[in-house]
Design a binder for this molecule. Structure first.
Ligand code: GAR
Length: 217
């Protein structure tokens, strides 16, 4: 099968990037054309270099406003001609124009069971809300921050002695499973967004996200 060209955007440690790199070394049919970071010291850049993936840094601080940064970012991404853009811990709010440009071909991973806990500090907020269950979601990116149609989720129990760190670690393990899975579906041509911004998987419109515990192969 021919490999789907992708570009991955990061801001930090890049463990989700690593999960994609590792899966691509096995049988995930993607070619990571570049890893782009808005932070010079993002450890994920090191992970990319080690895997011989081209890296690029575009610091948002060098731009006077959000539009300027997003325009330059889109130009940089498009120079690699990806068919899919993956946000993997890319901690930037994106402009509507940028999001529109990648409509139906940009995914994000978010550390909560969306629509619960959009935004930051999701693990701490799940603990404060005394949630029994927490987890992660992969979704198509639309203009609403963390609000795009969810493709797949995985949940974990919240344990009595959890703090934000232990809970985050448990969720992260699930992230590393569901992100490569959603990317695989997309690369296999099984996953898309329809004209009404609904997720279509294997020819069927999803009424609710796939739960990892009940995934198709
Ligand atoms: C992950 O937990 C990801 O879900 C989260 O940032 C972390 C990045 O970790 N993303 C967001 O919060 C986006 N709203 P990583 O750099 O090790 O992949």
């Amino acid at each position: 099968m021919s490999k789907l060209p992708v570009v991955v955007l990061i801001s930090g440690g890049g463990t989700n990037l690593q999960a994609i790199i590792d899966a691509a070394k096995e049988d995930l049919p993607v070619e990571i054309r570049a890893v782009i970071s808005n932070k010079v010291d993002a450890y994920g850049l090191e992970r990319a270099r080690r895997a011989d993936i081209p890296v690029a840094i575009l610091e948002h601080r060098q731009f006077p406003d959000r539009d300027g940064f997003d325009t330059a970012l889109a130009r940089l991404i498009d120079s690699y001609q990806p068919q899919l853009v993956l946000l993997a811990g890319f901690m930037r709010i994106l402009t509507p124009g940028f999001v529109h440009h990648y409509h139906g071909r940009m995914l994000n991973i978010h550390p909560s069971l969306l629509p619960d806990f959009q935004g930051l500090h999701t693990h701490q907020r799940a603990l404060e809300a005394e949630a029994q269950k927490h987890g992660a979601s992969v979704h198509f990116v639309t203009e609403e921050l963390d609000g795009g149609p969810v493709i797949v989720q995985a949940s974990v129990p919240v344990l009595p002695d959890d703090d934000a760190e232990t809970l985050a670690a448990r969720v992260l393990q699930k992230e590393h499973v569901i992100y490569p899975l959603a990317v695989r579906w997309f690369a296999q041509g099984r996953l898309s967004l329809n004209g009404r911004d609904q997720v279509v998987l294997d020819g069927k419109t999803l009424n609710s996200p796939v739960q990892l515990e009940r995934t198709p192969a």
